[in-house]
Design a protein around this ligand. Structure first.
Ligand code: FAD
Ligand code: AMP
Length: 475
């Protein structure tokens, strides 16, 4: 095919597919090119997020959480269960079913919005032109466009000292597909992905050892939140070792020896599987021909300004392959903003209000600045916190764990950050994002009626606590 479009979108993940849909809604003739295939080798839209990221991980987190509850929490409710077992294949099939239904949903949305979809690997060449090759490397399409949106996403970082063998040494994708519960798992990296996948297999019965090079646990989160999370993870049996730099992996007779340094000494740990979760890098290899003019930085990230404009006019880039957090909702918001800018509007993204969530148990969520960041910036603030243990709902749910902390500007009372660890906080953070979007003060939230009994009362009480007037705790 050789055709001219208003917009060519490269990548069908949450950055690319959302951009394509918004472009089509705004009347732009749009094509989206994506190379992802599912386990059956068929094209599968939705990118990392739907195929091997957010969705399958949450499916397994939910299944494993049910199992954990059955074994550990039901008794407190007076419910006796015996002979509980897990059918991993069935659990995996459920996960695959969810992925399939969501990815095919994107294909249907493309059809309904008259977006053309081309399966293949795209490359940007000079003259606002994009070439597409199939799996055999054969050129199938040459497209020209007024605008090109790059949304190639990211791929797992591989360590030279321990290359993936996709069987015993795996990336996050491999860790989502284990067909049995390994006895002992070593996870390298205590970031979001390491903690979520570690939780899944720990709950299902593996002994999980997480080795993290940094001395601080969840360094970017509020330090009280990190401390409480670490305490809860320890109780669950997750063995997290900080300051542990993994140096090598050796496999012999199906057993893997991990060598790591901690302090002055080298240590070893023998495991059955290793999950390497040391971060992700932009998937820009082979995407840009040298003459296309789009610049990348030394780590391969596409360089963009605040509006996601690259170094070439009318070539835009969004999502994991550009600066900022590697989060699906951040990618999608950038996609929408770029589509609206292209159509003549004013696309806008507020990077101060991007929520972060870690879907462990308890969940961790935050938006805005931490106290440490504000101290470093010299901003004066007041903060108030409230424990879930003092809310009726968390007690009724048998989950009286964690707290909500709200931080507000000392002079203006404007909310600068909210940090939470506890039950379902992924669902509570939205209220705080909205409050910050609307430039709310802590008093605004404190004077908002929250339904009783709900977990959201902890947010309300944290807002009251900023002024030391929480009702259900001593201030
Ligand atoms: P991607 O989703 O990576 O999509 C890019 C697409 O472009 C892919 O389909 C890729 O094959 C395709 N592509 C790349 N290059 C080309 C090319 N040259 N030609 C054609 N196609 C190309 N984020 C959250 O917000 N919440 C979560 O709970 C969460 N959980 C996660 C769990 C795991 C295990 C992982 C790995 C990630 C998780 N993430 C989560 C991160 C999230 O998946 C990413 O931030 C998000 O998918 C990025 O979207 P994107 O559109 O930028 O890129
Ligand atoms: P994230 O980027 O949030 O997914 O987290 C990845 C984590 O892996 C970071 O906290 C790194 O410090 C950690 N990490 C990277 N390399 C190693 C290594 N060789 N050994 C242990 N931890 C590592």
């Amino acid at each position: 095919m050789s055709e001219n479009f208003d917009v060519v979108v490269i990548g069908g993940g949450p950055g690319g597919y959302v951009a394509a849909i918004r472009c089509a809604q705004l009347g732009l003739n749009t094509v989206c090119i994506d190379k992802q295939v599912n386990s059956g080798g068929e094209p599968s839209l939705g990118g990392t997020c739907l195929n091997v990221g957010c969705i399958p991980s949450k499916a397994l987190l939910d299944s494993s959480e049910q199992f954990h509850r059955l074994n550990n929490q039901f008794a407190a409710h007076g419910i006796q269960v015996e002979n509980v077992s897990v059918d991993i294949q069935k659990m995996q099939n459920r996960k695959e079913g969810i992925v399939k239904s969501l990815t095919s949903g994107i294909a249907q949305l493309f059809k309904a919005n008259k977006i053309q979809f081309i399966h293949g690997a795209a490359k940007v060449v000079a003259g606002h032109t994009v070439t597409v090759t199939n799996n055999d490397g054969v050129l199938t399409d040459t497209l020209t466009a007024q605008h090109i949106i790059l949304a190639p996403g990211s791929t797992p970082v591989e360590l030279k000292s321990m290359p993936f063998n996709y069987d015993t040494v795996v990336d996050s994708t491999g860790a989502l597909n284990f067909d049995e519960v390994p006895e002992r798992i070593g996870i390298i990296g205590a970031g979001v992905i390491g903690l979520e996948l570690g939780s899944v297999w720990n709950r299902l019965g593996s002994k999980v050892i997480i080795l993290e090079a940094m001395d601080k646990f969840l360094a970017t989160a509020d330090q009280q939140v990190s401390k409480e999370a670490a305490r809860q993870f320890k109780k669950q049996g997750l063995d997290i070792r900080l300051g542990a730099m993994v140096k090598s992996v050796e496999e012999e007779s199906g057993k893997i020896t991990l060598t790591y340094s901690k302090g002055e000494k080298d240590h070893q740990e023998v495991v059955d599987r290793v999950i390497v979760a040391v971060g992700r890098r932009p998937a820009t290899e082979g995407l840009l021909s040298p003459d296309c003019g789009v610049s990348t930085d030394s780590r391969g990230f596409i360089e963009v300004d605040n509006n996601c404009q690259t170094s070439v006019e009318n070539i835009w880039a969004v999502g994991d392959a550009v600066r900022g957090p590697m989060l699906a909702h951040k990618s999608s918001e950038e996609g929408v903003a770029v589509a609206e800018t292209i159509a003549g509007g004013h696309g806008h993204i507020d990077f101060n209000t991007v929520p972060w969530v870690i879907y462990t148990s308890p969940e961790i969520a935050w938006v805005g600045k931490t106290e440490a960041e504000l101290k470093e910036e010299g901003v004066e603030f007041r903060s108030g916190s409230f424990p879930f243990a003092a809310t009726g709902r968390a007690k009724a749910m048998e989950e009286p764990i964690g707290f909500v902390k709200m931080i507000a500007d000392k002079k203006t009372d404007r909310i600068l950050g909210v940090h939470m660890v506890g039950p379902h906080v992924s669902e509570l953070i939205g209220e705080c994002v909205l409050a910050m979007e609307f430039r709310a003060s802590s008093e605004d939230l404190a004077r908002t009626i929250h339904a009783h009994p709900t977990l959201s009362e902890a947010v309300h009480e944290a807002a009251l606590a900023v002024e030391k007037r929480a009702i259900h705790k001593v201030n």
